[in-house]
Design a protein around this ligand. Structure first.
Ligand code: ZN
Length: 323
């Protein structure tokens, strides 16, 4: 792995942005340095490939030396900066670094699939892919000169933060879905059941990312937040999960893969419940989701109606990827 590339990147960030040295996590010599470097390479290679297509020259990625699970993408001093906290990588790695997760008896139906694909690693990868493309969409939304012109166009019924999160989440989840589809092709996996299971693993990678962020720790059921719609800095996680699932389904369908949305949600919830070792938490979520479906769908419709008015969003610029 390329340490010198990592060091060079850190120096460029210090030279060209307002980020200070103490913000950048020093991965060199860390017990999981190779993991940090692998994802650093993934993120910087993609930035190099795609940032200029979106007018985001001078884009940088770094690991923020922070104890919270967090990530972000922002415009800073003439540069675009994307970060993932060191804690996010460490937390994910803690549970997914050994091939023990999918050997849980409640996931024994995954055993044969786990013989040909490292499912823990796949879950880790999909979490990072989701995070990276989510934050990349935030960079696109914040590119110079775009943001201020657009914000006055939206109705004050929906917060701009919810609209930009929606846009970023859709970008993140579609790349996860495409990653799973590519993997199925690469490994010649054709059975509906196996494709469904891999899609569930990918969706679980997204769920655990969202929930690690919302719930820094999963200890007790009393931590469940009450349901809300147009409040808070981010949409309620059940709202996020709902539109992510819908978009994930659309991307799969466009690639001739179909499944029942609720089946995939239950499967991904089951995997995530094992990750967090808290089955009741997820049963409660599923109940909340089923109870609130009409309100959630209505709210997502309202977000969509506002989102399509904003030219700065990724959804209006997606064709620039030139996929
Ligand atoms: Zn975001």
């Amino acid at each position: 792995m390329n340490r010198s590339l990592y060091n060079e990147n850190s120096e460029n960030i210090l030279r060209n942005t307002a980020i200070s040295k103490s913000d950048i996590f020093n991965i060199i010599g860390n017990p999981i340095e190779d993991i940090f470097l692998t994802y650093f390479e993934f993120c910087t290679n993609d930035l190099e490939l795609n940032s200029s297509k979106f007018g985001l020259e001078n884009s940088y990625f770094f690991y923020w030396d922070k104890e919270d699970v967090n990530s972000g993408g922002t415009y800073n001093n003439g540069s675009y900066i994307m970060y993932v906290s060191k804690e996010q990588i460490i937390k994910l790695n803690e549970k997914l670094n050994e091939n023990k997760f999918f050997t849980n008896y409640r996931l024994k139906r995954y055993f044969s699939l786990s013989q040909c694909i490292d499912l823990e690693y796949l879950m880790f990868q999909t979490s990072i892919i989701f995070t990276y493309y989510h934050e990349f969409a935030h960079l696109v939304q914040k590119r110079e000169g775009q943001f201020d012109n657009q914000i006055s166009n939206i109705s004050n019924l929906i917060s701009y933060n919810h609209i930009s999160e929606y846009d970023s989440d859709l970008n993140g989840c579609q790349f996860v879905c495409l990653k799973i589809i590519d993997l199925c092709e690469l490994k010649s996996i054709n059975s509906n059941d196996d494709v469904f299971k891999l899609l569930a693993v990918g969706l679980s990678g997204i769920l655990i990312t969202i929930l690690l962020f919302y719930k820094k720790e999963f200890k007790t059921d009393t931590e469940i937040e009450p349901f809300y719609l147009n409040e808070g800095t981010h949409p309620h996680h059940i709202v996020k999960i709902s539109y992510i699932l819908e978009h994930y389904h659309e991307i799969a369908k466009a690639n001739h893969i179909d499944f029942k949305i609720v089946d995939l949600l239950k499967e991904a919830f089951e995997i995530s419940a094992i990750y967090f070792d808290n089955p009741k938490f997820f049963t409660d979520y599923l109940d909340l989701y089923q109870e609130q479906i009409p309100q959630i769908n209505n709210y997502i419709g309202e977000i969509y109606d506002e989102a399509i008015k904003l030219k700065s969003l990724m959804m209006q610029n997606y064709s620039k990827y030139d996929l």
